[in-house]
Design a protein around this ligand. Structure first.
Ligand code: ZN
Length: 407
């Protein structure tokens, strides 16, 4: 395989980046019947994915910002990184962030800079036993999933021949209806089953094994959570997955099995519905589509009973996913593991507050800067789980005969 593991930020950042094209988010929405609990507007468009600038963690403002935009533009992809924080350089050294809190700040953590230790203690002591993990592309980086936008991969050349208006058009439902081939080419290349879960995935599996995982919310479509053996009941694939597929004919929507679609994709055929001849698409959430109902069904209970939130490897730019960090109670500690700081609050209660800037609110946000795998290894070490984490991974590799791919 010729993957450039450095280039990889994500099969899912696919969505994050692509959605940044949220500049042209479509206003229509599917997913009827599912209501976003944050919605004050009652607007049906609330269910569809959107992206907010890094400065805003607020869902409602995101809607306002993008709700008027209706058309795609072939130039929309240009300069699209300017307003967001995506880290493209080499991995930064792992850093446990040590804030200098303003005098008198109340903090959940016993002393400044020791927030990670405090979180470790909470897990060890059983104070945190309903842990929610929210994950993005960063947890799959080390799986070697190729970046379809990187000229260094053969994939990029393959896709170039389709003259995409911009790379992320692949995940636009409108573009897909007109020109489905690039998506299927990409799907074949990225199809689940060809990649090995990372240490981050196995860390989440370990949380499950210890009975501490309330739920794992992922934006990734690589299915590596399932591959790592995490109970599907404990996973919410917020942006869908390859696991199921449907005809996209609006009056048909016939369901197709993963095996059937996979066979077509690997035969380089475009899967079409046997009833209405429309395209059959894996249930991955494209721009302009609603999120899976399961996402909305589980939110309230999950976040209401969460006692520790761990956010890993996401730029927190895609809504409504990003605003979930505000759904846990004020007393719940939140840990961000990411290459760069993201999701910070512009106003109290709208995001992370690593530095205790928002007077009157209890400081409860911890930050580890660096790669997810490195941070999970560190966490496991502090928790005394190093051997168990290694065992999970090696057992998996042995079982799947992938030892040659170990990192
Ligand atoms: Zn059909």
């Amino acid at each position: 395989m010729v993957f450039n593991s450095n280039a990889v930020d994500e099969l899912t950042k696919k969505l994050e980046d692509a959605l940044r094209l949220g500049e042209f988010q479509e206003s229509k929405s599917v997913g009827e019947g599912s209501t976003h609990p944050h919605s004050d507007t009652g607007n049906a468009a609330d269910n569809s994915v959107a992206v907010v600038p890094a400065s805003s963690g607020d869902h409602e403002s995101a809607q306002e910002e993008f709700s008027d935009v209706e058309s795609f533009s072939s130039s929309s992809g240009e300069d699209s990184d300017d307003d967001i924080t995506i880290y493209r350089g080499p991995p930064p050294p792992l850093t446990v962030y040590r804030p200098f809190l303003p005098e008198g700040t109340k903090s959940l953590f016993p002393s400044e800079g020791l927030s990670l230790d405090a979180i470790v203690d909470m897990i060890k002591s059983g104070t945190a036993r309903n842990i929610i993990v929210m994950a993005g592309a960063g947890i799959s980086t080390d799986a070697g999933i190729p970046d379809f936008r990187s000229p260094e991969t053969g994939l990029y050349d393959n896709l170039q021949s389709y003259k995409l208006p911009y790379p992320e058009a692949i995940f636009s439902i409108d573009y897909f209806r007109r020109q489905p081939k690039p998506f299927y080419v990409l799907a074949k290349e990225l199809y689940p089953g060809q990649f090995v879960p990372t240490k981050s995935h196995f860390f989440v599996k370990l949380l499950e094994k210890k009975g501490l995982l309330q739920r794992h919310y992922t934006q990734n479509i690589d299915c590596l959570e399932r591959v790592a053996g995490i109970d599907p009941e404990l996973i919410v694939e917020a942006h869908g997955s390859f696991h199921t597929a449907h005809c996209i004919g609006r009056k048909c929507l016939k369901e197709y099995s993963q095996a059937w679609v996979k066979k077509k994709i690997f035969q380089d055929e475009i899967p079409r519905c046997s009833v209405c001849n429309s395209l059959v698409k894996p249930d991955i959430t494209f721009f302009g589509e609603g999120l899976p109902p399961r996402f909305f069904e589980l939110l309230e209970n999950d976040f209401g009973s969460c006692d520790l939130l761990v956010v890993m490897g996401t730029s927190l730019l895609v809504q409504p996913f990003a605003s979930l960090i505000n759904d846990v109670a004020d007393s719940v500690p939140r840990l961000l593991i990411n290459r760069v700081r993201v999701g910070e609050a512009s106003a109290p209660g709208t995001g992370f507050d690593f530095d205790g800037k928002h007077v009157g609110r209890t400081h409860r946000d911890a930050l580890v800067l660096g790669d997810c795998d490195a941070a999970c290894v560190l966490l496991a070490e502090r928790l005394g789980w190093t051997d168990e984490l290694a065992e999970l991974r090696s057992a998996f590799l042995e079982e799947t005969n992938c030892l040659g791919q170990d990192q």
